[in-house]
Design a protein around this ligand. Structure first.
Ligand code: FE
Length: 361
């Protein structure tokens, strides 16, 4: 049993056990591609790195200038759609990895690897500190021949210069990548007071920030990231169908309505944020939720006015204002002018259009 597992069982047991039943939601099959094909529309490249617990790896690379996104996930194993419970056995062959999208004009793959070598121990086989098992192995999963060459050179030169013992890092072609369960994403940011974060990740982050202070994101970088989060999202019907379940698709993309009292949030009294189920944009807060008696979650105002859009809807012989997510255009419900103070509005929203994120104590 690993140290992180102990922390999870002690401080996080309810979320852990309920989340373990979830299936991983996405797989990004990857084969080696020609280098030029790797430069995507936005000019971003991908790096997939295993360096022990992915909470740590994600936390480090999220702060690096030029890294646009980091997703925690699993790769390098033998079964399809593994979940966290399966990979913690160490029997599926998957490694916990962080998959980064980075801008090579700002940070090179070589520089990313320098951070990689400096922020974990690449000399311990299938182990990082107290975390033991093949899932914690040190690994670079390359996507192009160019990345492979760079990784091998960097292992021989940079890593060997930094470490006295032989480097055991595996350098392998990337196979299928599976995004980990939602509660593993942004783990350090969302759970700064959790035992493992305080005991293991905090000291690591301090060293990393000191050593790479010139490569960290600035406040302006974070502001730009924030702006990008709010940019609109356009997807084809086929893409939405692949992402959403049948009911979500019906309500979000076909302007449907769930039956009253059947959704999961109409009676939810927990504190937290209701995000768009289509694109995760934060839409409503539990603080403005009220008991409407309608059987649909009801709010008297959105979290931010710019995050929702409304338009007149005259279907079913009624005049109502239909409410949509401002980022992905997903249909959420309707807004009426018979709500409570202070706004007098009632945002009557389908549960299925929402994704509730409980506030951490
Ligand atoms: Fe949305």
């Amino acid at each position: 049993m690993t140290i992180r597992y102990v922390f999870l069982l002690l401080g996080f047991s309810s979320i852990f056990f309920s989340s373990c039943a979830q299936k991983s939601t996405s797989s990004i099959p990857s084969t080696i591609k020609k280098d030029k094909e790797m430069i995507q529309k936005e000019g971003l490249e991908t790096a997939t790195l295993g360096a022990g617990c992915f909470w740590c790896v994600e936390a480090v690379f999220q702060e690096l200038k030029g890294v646009h996104s980091v997703v925690s996930g699993y790769t390098g194993g033998d079964i399809d759609f593994p979940n966290y419970k399966q990979i913690t056995t160490g029997l599926t062959g998957h490694a916990e990895v962080a998959q980064l999208k980075f801008d090579p004009k700002i940070i090179s793959f070589e520089e990313i690897l320098e951070v990689f070598w400096s922020t974990h121990d690449p000399t311990t086989l299938n182990r990082q500190g107290y975390d033991v098992g093949t899932q914690y192995r040190s690994a670079i999963f390359y996507e192009t021949e160019k990345q492979k060459v760079i990784a091998e050179k960097s292992k021989k030169e940079v890593a060997t210069e930094l470490w006295n013992d032989p480097i055991v890092t595996e350098i392998t072609a990337l196979g299928d990548f599976y995004k980990a369960e939602d509660y593993h994403q942004n783990y350090y940011t969302n759970n700064p007071n959790q035992g493992y974060c305080r005991a293991v990740i905090n000291p690591k982050m301090e060293k990393f920030r000191k050593r790479f202070k010139d490569k960290l994101k600035t406040e302006e970088d974070y502001n730009i990231e924030e702006q990008k989060k709010n940019e609109k999202i356009y997807k084809t019907d086929a893409e939405w169908k692949a992402q959403l379940d049948e009911m979500q698709y019906y309500v979000l993309r076909e302007q449907g309505t769930e039956r009253a009292f059947t959704g999961k949030y109409w009676d939810n009294k927990k504190e937290g944020t209701y995000n768009c189920a289509g694109c995760k944009l934060p839409l409503f807060s539990s603080k403005t939720k009220f008991k409407s008696g309608t059987g649909w979650p009801s709010f008297y105002e959105p979290l931010e006015a710019k995050n929702v859009e409304s338009e007149k809807d005259t279907s079913y012989g009624m005049v109502r204002s239909e409410v949509h997510c401002a980022r992905c255009g997903g249909h959420l419900g309707h807004v009426f002018d018979d709500g409570p103070k202070p706004t007098g509005l009632r945002y009557c929203i389908n549960s299925v259009s929402l994704d509730f994120e409980e506030e951490k104590p």
